[in-house]
Design a protein around this ligand. Sequence first.
Ligand SMILES: C[S@@+](CC[C@H](N)C(=O)[O-])C[C@H]1O[C@@H](n2cnc3c(N)ncnc32)[C@H](O)[C@@H]1O
Length: 271
Amino acid sequence: MKRQRNWIPPGVDMTRPNPARMYDYYLGGYHNFEVDRQAAEKVMEVLPHTRALSQANRAYVQRVVNFMLDEGVRQFMDIGSGIPTVGHIHQIAEERGLPVRVIYVDRDPIAIAHARMLLEGNDTAAAIEADARDPQFILNHPETQRLIDFSQPVGMLCIAILPFIPDDDEVFDLLRQFYAPLAPGSYVCISHSSEEYASEALRQVVELYKESSNPGRLRPIATINAFFDGLELVEPGMTLAPLWRTDATQADIDALGGFSDYTGVGRVPEK
Ligand SMILES: C[S@@+](CC[C@H](N)C(=O)[O-])C[C@H]1O[C@@H](n2cnc3c(N)ncnc32)[C@H](O)[C@@H]1O
């Protein structure tokens, strides 16, 4: 309780579980309440691998961000960021002593309220409440304009957010809009649950949430690949996230109870 008192944003309802805070709990973070932990424990009763899967996903994000930092990228846009804790972009860069500017974007006002509180006093990272389906609002937002210099390479992340935008045409259109201002040498990472690798348990969850206010969906690998049209995929190309630039094997994935997030990193070519 002591830890929480210092960071509860004004107006945030502590009596209802929030998916971003539940995710923080799976990751082993501190930005969750008792109500989130209880809800998360219930999910883990049904899907016991949830914590391992979330941690594998976060480890993947960290490899991608480190790759982009190695390539000289010093500014990032994280679309559908959730709460940026437990080793997120600005923290990774800070640990490496690298100066970066980061704009975190999420449509969940609670995630953004927590993010803002976390980033208080940090004038090189900001969180904005916005819908990815409105790229122009995000690209032209005063905080984006303040932090991102579009004449220089940008690292753009869309990690596990596009499943929540069910219409394919809408996703292709919003990606086109986000890619348009990116300077050559920018990198884009998209990670998306694939139909081909979804476990039976995941399929059941997708089915269960179909009628909810925030349904997610699986997509075929061919569609996920097509999201990278116009970009040059870096090695090793499209893979399951735990296999991207690690020594992990299919046996490690099986130990996680399966992993469906298919992913790649694309480079914006010279125009
Ligand atoms: C599964 S979480 C992933 C969080 C983070 N990217 C990660 O991988 O750790 C999906 C996030 O996408 C956000 N989201 C879903 N649809 C969105 C939309 N249309 N615009 C902006 N954010 C969205 C949700 O609020 C949630 O925080």
